[in-house]
Design a protein around this ligand. Structure first.
Ligand code: MN
Ligand code: MN
Length: 299
């Protein structure tokens, strides 16, 4: 792939700036006992105030939940005491996406684990350059994590980013693996080591809940409500993930139409990811542009 054109890169940079501001703001304001829905909505509102759009619902994933929790409408849950809280925000400008996450630690026992995810992230970024073998990156991340006495989550990966696509093309495993794929100039990646305890299984499985959705295909429906909801989703979110909370702004009666769309597989649900042995997980994430000279951190 050729270098990104000027305009695309500027949009990535703007999305990255907004995402980093919102991530830092959320890191400052999150407290034990705070309602999770307030965190999600504040993050998403802050993105809009700054001139971006959320690229996906703000994820607030706690303790053994590694990723993909966002508040459903009317969520009463709060941040538990002595928890670890992953806050993951995505911003898009004209489909150009920045994806970044931080772990807020209310439990001193997990501070070293959080530091380890930051160190692993920094080590990975330092290595990034055109021509780098993706397997080398995985080995480096695994080593950074294991040398500090922790374990990487083997089935959560960094990923290439494309226009209106959060997971585009290549994946970046946080463990050593066999692959001949390389990082190329002009590509954009989200780098995100997930770290857990040494005694953990070190992989995630799907949990029972799902509060994040995305459009898979369109088709005709007999019911007008279903047609209108499908059109609303397509026009507002395209192929990007969305939350049920966001449909409340549409003014549509979406509840039964939503069932129609799910049942016909026009939309799919992303279940939460939970560490398979119930151990806690932390995460750090930046979005990086691969310049000829090396990595440019956008977030
Ligand atoms: Mn993310
Ligand atoms: Mn990501």
């Amino acid at each position: 792939m050729a270098r990104l054109d000027r305009e695309a890169l500027e949009k990535y940079e703007e999305a990255g700036l907004i995402a980093s501001k919102v991530r830092d703001r959320m890191e400052r304001i999150v407290r034990e006992g705070m309602k999770i829905i307030e965190i999600c909505e504040e993050a998403e509102d802050a993105i809009r105030r700054l001139g971006g759009k959320p690229a996906f619902p703000c994820n607030v994933s706690i303790n053994e939940v590694a990723a993909h929790y966002t508040s459903p409408p009317g969520d009463e849950r709060v941040i538990p005491e002595r928890s670890v809280v992953k806050i993951d925000v995505g911003v898009q400008i004209d489909g150009y996406i920045a994806d970044t996450a931080v772990t807020v630690c209310f439990n001193p026992e997990y501070e070293e684990m959080v530091q380890t995810s930051q160190i692993a992230l920094e080590a990975a970024i330092r290595l990034l350059r055109p021509g780098l073998l993706i397997s080398e990156l995985g080995s480096r991340v695994q080593n950074a994590i294991e040398s500090r006495g922790f374990k990487p989550v083997s089935n959560l990966t960094g990923h290439q980013i494309g226009r209106y696509l959060i997971h585009a093309g290549k994946s970046l495993p946080n463990v050593s693996h066999v692959s001949l794929r390389k990082i190329r100039e002009g590509e954009v990646y989200a780098i995100e080591p997930f770290v857990t305890t040494r005694r953990a299984e070190g992989r995630v499985k799907e949990g029972r809940e799902a509060h994040i959705f995305r459009l898979m295909k369109t088709r005709g429906f007999k019911r007008k409500e279903s047609r209108e909801l499908l059109r609303y989703i397509r026009n507002n979110f395209r192929t990007l993930p969305f939350a049920k909370r966001w449909l409340e702004r549409s003014g549509l009666m979406y509840e039964s139409a939503f069932g129609d769309l799910l049942g016909s597989r026009c939309i799919m649900a992303y279940p939460v990811f939970v560490e398979a042995s119930g151990e806690w997980v932390v995460q750090s994430e930046h979005t990086v542009y691969i310049d000829k000279e090396g990595p440019v951190v956008l977030t």
